[in-house]
Design a protein around this ligand. Sequence first.
Ligand code: WT7
Length: 655
Amino acid sequence: MKNVKWVVEDEKRKHVYWPSEHMKKRAWVSDHSVYQEAEKDPVAFLAKKAHEGLDWKKKWNTEYHHDEHKPWDFKWFIGGEINASYNALDRHVKAGKADKTAFIWVPELTEEAPKKITYKELYDEVNKFANVLKKLGVKRGDRVGIYLPMIPEVIVSMMACARLGAVHSVVFSAFSGESLKDRLIDADAKVLVTADSCYRRGKVLDLKSNADIGVAGTDVEHVVVVKRTGNAITWNDAKDQWWHDLMKDAEDYCEPEFVESNETLFILYTSGTTGKPKGIVHDTGGYLTQAYWTTKWNFDLHDDDIFWCTADIGWVTGHTYGCYGPLLVGATMLMFEGAPDYPDPGRWWKTVEDYKVTVFYTAPTAIRMFMKFGDEWVKKHDLGTLRLLGSVGEPINHDAWMWYFEVIGGGRCPIIDTWWQTETGGTLINTLPGIGPFIPTVSGRDFPGKKHVIVNEEGQEVKPGESGYLIQKPPFAPGMFRGIHKDEKKYIENYWTRFPGHYDTSDGARLNEDDTIRITGRVDDVMKVAGHRLSTGELEDAINKHPLARESAVVPKPDNIKGEVPVAFIILRDPSKASEELKKDIVKHIDKTIGPIARPSEIYFVHDVPKTRSGKIMRRILRALVRGDADVGSTITLMNPECVEELKKMVQHHG
Ligand code: WT7
């Protein structure tokens, strides 16, 4: 496998790679005809795939319904009955895969032993925990909050909810207690699953005290606590119970609840353009179809593969490619608890070597970070088992792509640059490994059965070589979200209004001459900070809640490692209070309100921020300022053009 030759298309486009003969032979898909078949009749194609990939208790009566007048109100597999945990576990156990490893769990502390969990073991745990939840009163359709670090119980909890037809809402464990609370309230969760503490770079972080803040004043009746570190925590007898106590008495088998395909599988909160996070609602059958086929085809998973998706389970990538997808296809995955560079920057590569990882999926931010650490950390380890690499979450720059390809992939692994969103549930634009081509900074083409177009302001399709707005055409992908929890108005306004009849991705893209697509990034006020999604509005809202802040404006600034970092301009109630101490206090306040991932890289105390005559903050100008553009664009429509000079000096001075 090592000496696979890559075909270089021509001298001018040196970096266009095609699959090797070996890859083509092995890949699930290496024949273009799949695209043609899908394009001819996408609904029939996808329905065939839903049938082939998943076990349905009852087949649907209608494959796809889409109301011309309400394009957002589409439905797949109407009347079909399905259970996610049955598809992820029972059917593999029944098919003789009981002893296959479902996942290898690698703890952060190197002195702690890793665990291998087989499909049967996972099945047993999930059945038991589903019975625990049932006893706590969780029924089909009820919402359960999950606030856990990367430990096996997080997968057990998600699968147990799915088994009951209950809806999980996983909250990233590095979000603050306040963020957790907002999400628990919005979802009306009745149970929360959390842990005493978690490890972060060898330190013990008290998660339970955040969880306590999170549940206070909500409708959460029961808190199930996993003992991870065993350190002292506060305990509320009225609500809290240990996971291990509850599991001791739980019955072994829980009948899976088969739900109608369009019933909700999970809610996952993500940042929109306003201050309030949106509860993205995913259905069951459509989502599972997308998860199954994209996992199988993109990562080309076979029985002997070890798949490692490095994303935290608190993000959609963790849901689809660190839980549902690999389990649905019956693969073996790796789950890593720790930070990428703990105890040293060789940790990930040691993990690849130790567990013979074959397919590896991560974000450009991580790649750029490791590039900076230097090749020597990689070279210490044998990465020869790798055969396929994936990238996700933000545009990947040319240099990072080449480094990933050459240093990590040893020049033999294709890079699958997957474009998708929390809203789309699974990948939608990427090259397939047996088809190619693999081109740095280019995601590729639509996943079979899907069609995106790139349009200008007027909604007309751009020509090859041009850029514009990326929008999705009907029929909409089965994995697409089905709404924003309790906010249909926002759902329609945000996604379905600007380009009538289409799904508006809020991303910019360029159409290449060869019909492949290059994603250029968000066109709204959403930032991708180290691959994490944050909105400027959310951060501004958090800052404005600080007692000394009157108003603020946050914009993204390009960053060599993180892609983008937030920069905050803050107008104080009393400008004389400005100090370095206050900056620190505001950072602390942001940690508490959102979480440390939202920390601004710079804070400026200013007298004013540029505004239109109607009082809207002109972020365009601030963005240009922090980018260091000599020309910040027209200030003619501003109410307060004089403030721009002050800001320019400040930013330049900071340099
Ligand atoms: C936004 C969605 C996709 C799951 C994780 C992120 C950006 C995502 C790519 C890519 C360029 C990408 C887009 C998108 N994005 N993948 N391969 N190339 N940009 O999900 O947090 O909902 O963020 O991430 O801007 O809109 P998310």
